[in-house]
Design a protein around this ligand. Structure first.
Ligand code: PEP
Length: 247
């Protein structure tokens, strides 16, 4: 059975209060596509204002600390995200795995912390170009899943996996249709092994240079249950056609 598609924008380190109008435009336009779940993951400092600006629309964070509270200067806990109005968060984005040297163990702890307070989670995995070229893409992603998936999937909060080949992020390059299909099938098999029936309900998003011109083709691939969109989520004019393609 096809899962309802999720199209989530990742604004990364973009967005000032003057961009809240764009959030409003996106949230209003998304209402035309009730068959698609749409979300925007904005910088932490914008979450509260974005959530107030568009009640009922899903606003998320881009990272979360694994601890409930404590001496972690500059960090944001899951309960803080929730308190600010977020309903979801990204964890394990490759830009954080790389620049902040986040390990699978840490990504798992963050995921469990977010799920435990009722945030939905988009957990990112994906191989480097070097791993893809030496034929190790599937092994790399499998190892990331083994290390970072939560122990259980609880039905009060939802988990999605975003397959984002690092070499496709922000580059305009995307894997072939067969490469995406094979990877998503392998992730689905892993999820079923791990969570049995519940594994069939975990959405698997594709991320990496998704835009209006390639979205329909990507969404037609088996086990592609949506997209995580970076650059093309900043403007409604680029993002909403992707939502439309998912509908
Ligand atoms: C991302 O960083 O999550 C992403 C998918 O970026 P882009 O769409 O810009 O490649």
């Amino acid at each position: 059975m096809a899962l309802k598609k999720l199209v989530a924008g990742n604004w990364k380190m973009h967005g000032l209060s003057s961009d809240l109008d764009e959030v409003r435009v996106i949230a209003a336009a998304a209402k035309d596509y009730p068959g698609v779940d749409v979300a925007l993951c904005v910088p932490a400092i914008l979450i509260e204002r974005a959530a107030r600006a568009v009640p009922g629309f899903a606003i998320g964070g881009q990272d979360v600390h694994h601890a409930e509270k404590g001496p972690h200067t500059g960090c944001t806990s899951a309960r803080m995200l929730l308190d600010a109005g977020a309903s979801l968060t990204i964890v394990g984005h490759s830009e954080r795995r790389d620049a902040q040297r986040e390990s699978d163990v840490e990504v798992k702890a963050k995921t469990q912390s977010a799920l435990s307070v009722g945030l939905n989670v988009i957990l990112c995995v994906g191989e480097s170009l070097e791993a893809r070229e030496r034929g190790a893409a599937l092994d790399t992603v499998s190892a990331q899943l083994d290390g970072s998936l939560p122990d259980t999937v609880d039905d009060k909060a939802e988990l999605a996996i975003a397959y984002e080949p690092i070499w496709a992020i922000g580059t305009g390059k995307i894997p072939t249709i067969d490469e995406i299909r094979d990877m998503h099938a392998a992730i689905r098999a892993r999820l079923r092994d791990r969570y049995a029936v519940a594994g069939a309900g975990v959405r698997i998003l594709y991320g990496g240079s998704v835009k209006a011109s390639n979205a329909a083709e990507i969404f037609a691939i088996a086990d592609v249950d949506g997209a995580l969109v970076g650059g093309a989520s900043l403007k409604a004019a680029d993002f909403i056609p992707i939502v439309a393609a998912a509908s």
